[in-house]
Write a protein that binds this ligand. Structure first.
Ligand code: NAD
Length: 338
């Protein structure tokens, strides 16, 4: 079966999901929406993607682009829509477009868990999305936390987690957000990330704090995990090395910072210089095992790309593909990750 996928919202996340769908043998990209004309529309056109106008398409025509249809045409042709519109618009679109057409849809981490009732990270809860009509892919930060914590919980059992998210101030192409010269703490305890992790890993006790810094490349998380069983550093390194969509990075490779990790992704020839794997620093993994069993580690999260493989696996789960491990393997192959 070929799954016909439409993308509504062709920005940071939408354009990456569109390219990823186009790479899957069992999927067909029906096309992408254009809310307003921009360089994104030009690139979509160059790639041969069909463009569906959301707002009548007057500005597309003004700029020499003839839309291939409108939103109703996209909804008619697709089996499922990946909605990657800005925060809160996904929720509105479910009511406005997808429910009336009885069309399955995925929304992104800017929406609340309650919007779909199912939140998704493939290696943690693939089966929960099986056959569902509406599913939310959790945010980039929550995806990063869930991937590594799930691996740690399976091996050692987690008693509790304290984590701090040092977040990039804006995406590289974003000229509106910041800060450009400040460190801005989230003045709420816990930050929303902890409760969000529990929408996927509901048995984990987690408390999170967060702050934003003047950087655009990646987020950095520091985690302190109280374990039920004793760990040692070598085992923990092996655990992360052997877990899918997690990459161990090392000082010896000169991967000492988010800047060097992104440069590495560019040098590997990754599309857009993306790093969908969660990068855990080998030398920043530590264990305290006197009277406590504590595991400490630091990880970097590429906010623009870690959720993209999740969208692909979620499409398969919602369309009735039973084998989560197989889906992850198929997706990973197309991304060149493991
Ligand atoms: P974005 O602003 O880069 O892209 C949104 C796109 O949607 C733009 O192209 C915009 O023109 C278009 N758009 C706006 N209103 C629309 C409408 N009514 N109908 C159709 N298209 C419309 O946003 P983004 O960063 O890709 O975020 C999309 C979603 O993904 C949000 O829920 C966000 O929270 C989530 N997310 C973002 C990141 C990230 O780092 N950027 C990471 C993970 C999840």
């Amino acid at each position: 079966m070929t799954i016909k996928v439409g993308i509504n919202g062709y920005g940071t996340i939408g354009k990456r999901v569109a390219d990823a769908v186009a790479m899957q043998k069992d999927m067909k990209l029906i096309g992408v929406t254009a809310h307003s004309y921009s360089f994104n529309t030009e690139v979509a056109k160059q790639k041969g993607y069909k463009i569906f106008a959301v707002n009548g398409g007057a500005d597309l025509k003004l700029n020499g682009i003839k839309p291939d249809g409108n939103m109703s045409n996209l909804l008619e042709e697709a089996d499922l829509i990946v909605d990657a519109t800005p925060r809160k618009t996904g929720k509105e679109n479910i009511e406005k477009y997808y429910k009336p057409k009885k069309l399955k849809a995925i929304v992104q981490g800017g929406e609340k868990h309650e919007t779909t009732g199912t939140s998704f990270v493939a290696q943690c809860n693939y089966d929960e999305a099986f056959g569902r009509d509406y599913v939310r892919i959790v945010s980039c930060n929550t995806t990063g936390l869930c991937r590594t914590l799930h691996a740690v919980d399976e091996k050692y059992g987690i008693a509790s987690v304290h984590a701090t998210m040092i977040r990039r101030g804006a995406d590289p192409g974003d000229i509106y957000h910041g800060p450009i010269n400040a460190i801005v703490p989230v003045l709420e305890m816990p930050s929303h990330h902890g409760p969000d992790v529990q929408t996927v890993l509901n048995n984990i006790e987690i408390f999170t704090t967060a702050l934003s810094v003047p950087s655009t490349l990646m987020h950095l998380h520091t985690l302190t995990v109280d374990l039920k069983k004793k760990a040692n550093v070598d085992d923990a390194v092996e655990l992360f090395k052997n877990s899918t969509r997690i990459r161990i990075v090392r000082n010896a490779e000169h991967l000492r910072s988010t800047a060097e990790i992104i440069e590495f992704a560019r040098d590997m020839g990754r599309l857009r210089g993306d790093m969908p794997e969660i990068c855990v620093w080998q030398e920043a993994i530590g264990v305290i095992s006197n009277s406590y069993n504590k595991l400490l580690y630091m990880q970097a999260v590429h906010q623009e790309s870690d959720v993209i493989p999740e969208n692909i696996d979620c499409i398969r789960a919602m369309m009735g593909f039973k084998d989560g491990d197989k889906s992850i393997e198929m997706t990973n192959k197309t991304f060149g990750i493991r």
